[in-house]
Structure formats: structure tokens, C-alpha cells
Design a protein around this ligand. Structure first.
Ligand code: ADP
Ligand code: MG
Length: 618
């Protein structure tokens, strides 16, 4: 019988290993950066072309390699970092497998130049698909430069699998930021196709975060500090009011290594419990130092997952230290989202200038009407003037038949069209004033002759504001509320450019910019519908919405702007609305050009006809 087992040639084994280590250009960057840091580099420069597909070059001023080491480092299991498996448990370095360079050299054209301090000259090695093609003596500064060209040149399937340059560059920037955040004392720079993306000077942790994420980040950070026998924690969490909709800036580092941990992430969320609005994620930059013996970083080839001995204790310590910080820095008490929102809404009258008292007569006053939500007639949180009577019903009736037909609204008539036990002798019109109520702080329910209308309050208000803002920007400008003290807000260079572009539109909505500088703006007036404390969040959201929008001037920009501002200003689900506000929303909604769909094309209301109800009782 013939033997069938044979050993794989090295270059094949290396290619297979490369599949695990190198998924995309960003993985190469990560491995090279880690090697440079392990080599004690204090200045690391990265050049990338076409998102790393054609060139990745990392230069460090670390300790360099001898000629023998330079040759050996491309061999599999060639590492200077461990000698025995035991060493794994006291690892202080990032690398240890001795796999990275061998893998990279198997799937790219690699050029290495390196020199140690005591050597007069350095070594230059070229290697292609695991084959050394040349080795020379060369003149080069102390440290190491590794140049990786034509990644995956010999594995077309992998090369085709790469995403667009934009996506691959995003991955590279992610890896870069993770490494740079963990090592603020090292200078880093990153260039793509000849232009500088990052130039990070030596700094402390806080400065490094700010240098990466922009000047305005500084005011958002709350320091976290904890020192226990199990773990030392330091770093920052973002103030809850700056929490973002997407999971953006969330970073855990364990012994200076970026890791992903859903479990620890949960601990952070738990600390923020009750402080965040729906679907908002806090940002965090947390550094955990633990005894290397108590973790196992070996479980994942790309080393972003980690196993802790005492996960449970870590969870508790992390949660309580963040809670403590949030409390200590007085972040928590200001953010009581459960407080009675009628006392504190964007539409507070207190924000307006003093107006002489007027005698007002409420034609809809009904002494027998029950005030359910505690909001009296005066506590109106809704700024809009009451539109004439309850005219919305007729407006609603007059709407084009199309959407009504589809929602079975053709047969629907309105409750107040019919006399329903006219107990107190009021006319029908007045009676209609009491036909709304709020469900679950989320829906406004109103009755129709042959059914009920359930209105999503947030979407309805967004639609109302959207149309009003559109009108303000394009036809008549809105009034502003003057600020007693001008508001200074900081923005990144990019954002400032954007703000300049939309300045005029914003001023039509009520904003007054007294100054736009290089990295900040001064605001002296804001729309009457918002409160000062909301301005920063609103503008930031707006800028990010505009950025994600398809670029293009003209109407699309005004539309996005109106949508974004309307979204930010609208009453949210969870807000208690008094009867007057409910009524106002209903009236204004049906005075809108389009009342059935929100600006984001979501249905604003649904109807339940008596027929449908009848069926349910069958
Ligand atoms: P590992 O980092 O797991 O040891 P690598 O394949 O990444 O494996 O690197 C192999 C060896 O090459 C390292 O252990 C180190 O001795 C040497 N080396 C790699 N990059 C550098 C560098 N930039 N400067 C100095 N030595 C380096
Ligand atoms: Mg390495």
C-alpha cells in the first residue's frame, strides 16, 4: 500500500496561516504596528496607497534587527517574544505567535529595511510569496521599515473579496485609532495616497482622544479611575447627553490591547442605566490593567477577544466605578429623563422675552371636562397658536381620496359630525375639544364617527415642524429667541465648513451666528422651539445627517436640514402631553400638506373602524 500523508511545504502552510492572520489590509497594519511598538518605537509612520491594496509601509525608530534576525523573522514560529509555552502567561508584548511576518510574506511582495543602533549598516531583504529574492547591505536609519506591496497578489480570490477603497480605508483607520489610543506616548502619523489623515504628537490619554476625535470631545469626557487587586481601571466615558445613536466610539483596552467584549460593554451600559435616551450608546475609552496570568488572549487568532479568569468581579468593578464617576462629576442628577416633561420642555415660555399679559378667552372651555394628565390649560408645552377651532376634521375630510381609500378611510366620518347625547348643551364643535387622550405617553387617540384614529405623537410633531421649517427656510424666516449670553460651540474643521454652507438656511429657522471661527462658532439666537441646552446636540446630529446624505446642493440639502431639525425638536415618545397640546398636534397635523406620512416616510396614524372592531368581537 502507498503512503498518502506528506508534510505541507512551508509556503503552503504559510498561505493557510495567512488566511487566519490577514483578512484585509487593515490586518497587516495592525500586525506591523504591534511589531513596531514591541520593538520600542516612539515614532511610527504609516503610508498607505489605495487603501492598502497596493502599498502599506510602516516605519519605526525601534530597536531594529540584526542581519540574522532580519532573515529569520519571516520564518513561521519565528519570534523573539516567547521561549516556552509558559511564557504565554506572563506576556507583556503584543506579538508572540511568530506568525505575522511569515504570513504576510506568503501573500505579498515584502521589503524589509532594518538597522540596530550599534551597527554601521543595515539589512535590506526582499521576499515574494515566501521566497527571498534578494538580501543586501544597505544604508538606513536605526529602526525598521516594512513595505508590503500588492497584497494577495497570488490569491486572486482573496483579492477580489476586498471591499471598496472607502470601506478598506475605514478598517485601516479603525485599527490605527485603536493602536494610537492605547499608546499616547508614541507619535503616530498616517498618510493615504499622499495626504495626511492623522498626525498625532506625543500626548497623555485625554489629549490623544481629543487629537483623534476632535477638539469638542474634550468637554464630553468624564474620567474613570479605579484601583483594585483584580484590576486597575483608567480612562474616560462620554457624558450621557452626548451619547450617540450608533455604536461609535467604544473602546476597551486590556493591558494596552484593544479588545471586544460584549460582556464588559454590558457593564458600561448598566452603569448608564436610566441616563440614556432610547437607542443611544455611550462612548467610552477604558483601559483595564490586569495580571497577564489572569487572562487568555490566545483564544482568537486576531486577538481581539479575551478570556478573563474572574469576569464576574470585573463586571461589577467596572460598573460601579463608572457609576461613581458619573455621580461624582455631577452628570447623573441633571439627566433625569423621568421628570415631568411639562415642566421642562423645549418650548418653555420662560425662554421667550417678556410679553405684556393679555386676557384670553378659551372658546373651548368646558367646566365639566376632566383634566387627566395634570397639565392645566396654561401649562401648554406646545407653542403653536391654536388654529381656528377644530377645523382639522374638515381639512382631513378634504384630503385627496387616494391615501384615504387605501386605509379604508372613505367610509370614516367624524364623531363630532353627529350629535352624541348633547348633555350640556354645547355645540358639536366645542364637544370635539375633549375627544383626544394620550396612550402610553406615545399615542394620541382621537375618535371618529365610525372608529378611532391612533396618532404617533412624535411622528406627527416631526411632520408639523418639518413643514414649518421648510416654509421658514424657503419663504418666510422664523423668529429667534435671543440668548442672554452667546453660546460658544466647538466643531471640527470639517463640520465648520459644512456649517458655513448651511448658515443661511439655519438663520432662516431662527439661529443667529455672530461668528464662525476656525474651530468654533458663536451663537446669539436660536429657534424659539428649542432650549439652549439642546443646541449642541441638535447641530451635531444635523451635521452628521448631512454628512450621510447624498452630496448635492439645492433642495435636497434644505430638505435634509429640515428633516433633521424637525426630528431633533419634535416631542418625543414618552412625553406627557396635556389636552391642549394633544389637540394642537391633531389640528396642526391635519393642516399639513401631507398628514399621513412622517418626513421619513413612516405612517403617522392608523385608523380602527367600527367594522374592524366588530370583527374582533365576533
Ligand atoms: P511576533 O510578533 O508574534 O513575534 P512576527 O511575525 O510579527 O511575530 O515578528 C517576528 C519577529 O520579528 C518578532 O518577534 C521580532 O523579533 C521581529 N520583528 C518584527 N517586526 C519588527 C520591528 N518592527 N522591529 C524589530 N523587530 C521586529
Ligand atoms: Mg508580531
Amino acid at each position: 500500500m502507498t503512503d498518502v500523508i506528506h508534510l505541507l511545504p512551508d509556503h503552503v502552510a504559510n498561505q493557510i496561516a495567512a488566511g487566519e492572520v490577514v483578512q484585509r489590509p487593515a490586518s497587516v497594519i495592525k500586525e506591523l504596528l504591534e511589531n513596531s511598538i514591541d520593538a520600542g518605537g516612539t515614532n511610527i509612520k504609516i503610508l498607505v496607497k489605495e487603501a492598502g491594496k497596493t502599498l502599506i509601509q510602516v516605519t519605526d525608530n525601534g530597536k531594529g534587527m540584526s542581519t540574522t534576525d532580519a532573515r529569520l523573522c519571516f520564518e513561521r514560529h519565528a519570534t523573539s517574544k516567547i521561549n516556552s509555552a509558559e511564557d504565554l502567561f506572563s506576556l507583556k508584548t503584543k506579538g508572540f505567535r511568530g506568525e505575522a511576518l511569515a504570513s504576510i510574506a506568503a501573500i505579498a511582495h515584502v521589503e524589509l529595511k532594518t538597522r540596530q543602533e550599534d551597527d554601521e549598516v543595515g539589512t535590506c531583504i526582499k521576499i515574494e510569496g515566501s521566497e527571498v529574492v534578494s538580501q543586501e547591505v544597505c544604508v538606513t536609519p536605526v529602526g525598521t521599515t516594512i513595505c508590503v506591496k500588492n497584497l494577495f497578489y497570488n490569491i486572486p480570490a482573496r483579492r477580489n473579496f476586498l471591499k471598496s477603497d472607502t470601506v478598506e480605508l475605514r478598517h485601516i483607520i479603525d485599527e490605527f485609532q485603536r493602536v494610537a489610543l492605547a499608546h499616547p506616548s508614541i507619535q503616530f502619523s498616517l498618510f493615504h495616497n499622499g495626504s495626511e489623515l492623522f498626525q498625532l504628537p506625543e500626548a497623555n490619554y485625554r489629549q490623544r482622544i481629543v487629537n483623534i476625535f476632535g477638539g469638542k470631545t474634550n468637554e464630553k469626557l468624564v474620567p474613570v479611575e479605579e484601583d483594585t487587586a483584580i484590576v486597575k481601571i483608567h480612562g474616560y466615558v462620554g457624558k450621557p447627553e452626548f451619547a450617540k445613536k450608533g455604536r461609535g466610539e467604544q473602546f476597551f483596552f486590556v493591558n494596552d490591547r484593544f479588545i471586544k467584549s460584549p460582556y464588559l460593554n454590558h457593564a458600561v451600559s448598566a452603569a448608564f442605566e436610566g441616563l440614556l435616551k432610547d437607542k443611544a450608546y455611550p462612548s467610552y475609552f477604558l483601559f483595564l490593567d490586569v495580571d497577564p496570568k489572569s487572562i487568555d488572549i490566545n483564544i482568537h487568532p486576531t486577538k481581539t477577544e479575551i478570556k478573563f479568569d474572574d469576569e464576574h468581579a470585573l463586571y461589577t468593578i467596572l460598573r460601579s466605578s463608572i457609576k461613581h464617576s458619573l455621580g461624582q462629576f455631577n452628570v447623573a442628577p441633571v439627566l433625569d429623563f423621568d421628570r415631568d416633561s411639562t415642566l421642562d420642555t423645549p418650548y418653555e415660555f420662560s425662554q421667550k422675552g417678556v410679553t405684556p399679559p393679555k386676557v384670553e378667552v378659551d372658546p373651548n372651555f368646558n367646566p365639566f371636562q376632566n383634566e387627566t394628565s395634570g397639565g392645566g390649560g396654561n401649562s401648554s408645552t406646545f407653542r403653536k397658536e391654536r388654529t381656528s377651532g377644530n377645523s382639522w376634521e374638515s381639512l382631513y375630510n378634504g384630503l385627496g381620496g387616494q391615501e384615504l381609500e387605501s386605509s379604508g378611510m372613505n367610509q370614516v366620518e367624524f364623531e363630532s359630525d353627529e350629535v352624541t347625547g348633547n348633555l350640556f348643551g354645547f355645540s358639536d364643535e366645542k364637544e370635539a375639544g375633549s375627544t383626544t387622550f394620550q396612550l402610553n405617553k406615545k399615542y394620541i387617540i382621537t375618535t371618529l364617527k365610525s372608529g378611532i384614529l391612533v396618532i404617533d405623537q412624535q411622528r406627527a410633531h416631526t411632520r408639523i415642524l418639518y413643514e414649518e421649517l421648510l416654509k421658514n427656510i424657503t419663504v418666510t424666516s422664523a423668529v429667534s429667541q435671543q440668548l442672554l449670553f452667546p453660546l460658544q460651540l466647538r466643531f471640527s474643521t470639517n463640520e465648520i465648513e459644512h456649517l458655513k454652507e448651511i448658515r443661511e438656511s439655519l438663520e432662516h429657522t431662527g439661529f443667529i451666528f455672530s461668528e464662525i471661527k476656525k474651530d468654533s462658532v458663536e451663537i446669539t439666537g436660536i429657534p424659539t422651539l428649542i432650549s439652549e441646552s439642546e443646541v449642541a446636540i441638535l447641530l451635531e446630529q444635523l451635521l452628521s445627517d448631512l454628512e450621510n446624505d447624498v452630496p448635492g446642493a439645492g433642495f435636497s440639502q434644505i430638505d435634509t436640514l429640515s428633516k433633521s431639525l424637525a426630528k431633533g425638536m419634535a416631542v418625543k415618545s414618552g412625553t406627557v402631553l396635556g389636552p391642549a397640546d394633544q389637540q394642537n398636534i391633531v389640528n396642526s397635523l391635519f393642516a399639513c400638506k401631507e398628514s399621513s406620512l412622517s418626513p421619513y416616510n413612516k405612517p403617522i396614524f392608523i385608523t380602527l373602524t367600527v367594522d374592524e372592531l366588530d370583527k374582533k368581537f365576533m
